[in-house]
Design a protein around this ligand. Structure first.
Ligand code: RRO
Length: 312
């Protein structure tokens, strides 16, 4: 095995929705995902899989600056879905598959169910190992949360994409809803193979000196440590309501303890985003810490601890 673990005997390996990862850490969409080169840097840094920046059918410039503002214990962004469009981005996916040794998950968005399906199909044709539907961007009109907050729209998008691709379909849910289990159930009943919980929390920042909102788009999405308790509760709610549906935890993971908390809540893997901007070594550090934790607690694998916080 060239000195590597076989995936079956590796206690950190995890399988969900037809994907097998050597470790349960995944690069979240939107961070370092613009090119095959940056995805490769993250994979070499120890990520078990990577998710691309969200890509749509046509190029989009995104919002003007400022697009990011530091908040207490987190970041607020309103990038506005900047992306080169699937035609150009397909080349990055194709190239990434020649250099990366971990699964590449394409994050896709659209303004209709058909558009989502076209982009997803093109991403899979370019070699993506799975598709993550972004139905949860909190601040771009006519896509994102407008779809992810409506069980009817969500169901239509998921069904249409599912019929168009043969690879695993993951749906990234919004935390900006009254009851996330309603949307989780709608996605699964429409054919989602797994869920990512969650995208950013709707937020804003105001400058006391200029007396104006800071972001050019006024509203944005909060990520980082500040959202972890919300994301954890979302994963817990989904696991409680839907049991065995694979969930990928996303929101404020920065160290092994955060990751373990998400596994105990019911996540099979975790995505890391905001913390990567500060520390590209974070994947290795989290994986090592999880391994030490499993040994200390006498568990043989990550999957043995998934959902354990639900024990009565
Ligand atoms: O590009 C963005 O502004 C963005 C997206 Br697509 C998303 O899904 N979540 C977010 O916080 N920002």
């Amino acid at each position: 095995m060239n000195g590597e673990f076989s995936l079956e005997s590796n206690p950190l390996s995890i399988s969900f929705a037809g994907l097998t990862l050597a470790n349960p850490t995944i690069l979240a969409s939107g961070i370092l995902g613009y090119s095959a080169e940056s995805l490769n840097r993250v994979a070499k840094g120890g990520a078990g899989a990577v998710v691309t920046k969200s890509v749509g059918i046509a190029p989009r410039a995104g919002y003007s600056n400022p697009t990011v503002v530091q908040a207490e214990s987190g970041l607020i962004n309103a990038m506005g879905l900047p992306n080169p469009g699937i035609e150009v981005y397909s080349e990055e996916i194709r190239f990434s598959k020649t250099v990366l040794r971990v699964p590449v998950i394409a994050s896709v968005f659209g303004y209709s169910a058909e558009e989502y399906a076209v982009v997803a199909k093109r991403a899979v044709e370019a070699g993506a190992d799975a598709v993550e539907l972004n139905v949860s961007c909190p601040h771009v009109k006519q896509t994102g949360a407008e779809i992810g907050q409506s069980p009817k729209f969500l169901s239509e998008v998921v069904q249409t994409v599912k019929a168009a691709i043969s690879k695993p379909l993951i749906v990234k849910l919004s935390p900006n809803v009254a009851d996330i289990t309603v949307l989780a159930r709608a996605a699964v009943e429409a054919g989602a193979d797994a869920l990512t919980a969650v995208n950013t929390l709707k937020a804003m920042a105001i400058d006391a000196e200029t007396m104006r909102p800071i972001l050019s788009n006024v509203r944005g999405g909060l990520s980082g440590a500040a959202v972890k308790p919300v994301a954890l509760r979302c994963v817990y709610d989904i696991h409680e309501a839907l049991g065995d549906v694979p969930v990928v935890g996303c929101g404020g993971v920065a160290n092994w303890r955060d990751a373990v908390e998400f596994f105990l809540a019911g996540a099979s893997a975790v995505q890391i985003g905001t913390a990567v901007a500060e520390n590209t070594e974070v994947f290795q550090a989290v994986t090592k810490g999880v391994e030490t934790y499993l040994r200390r607690k006498h568990y043989g694998s990550v999957k043995e601890i998934v959902g354990l916080a639900h024990r009565k």
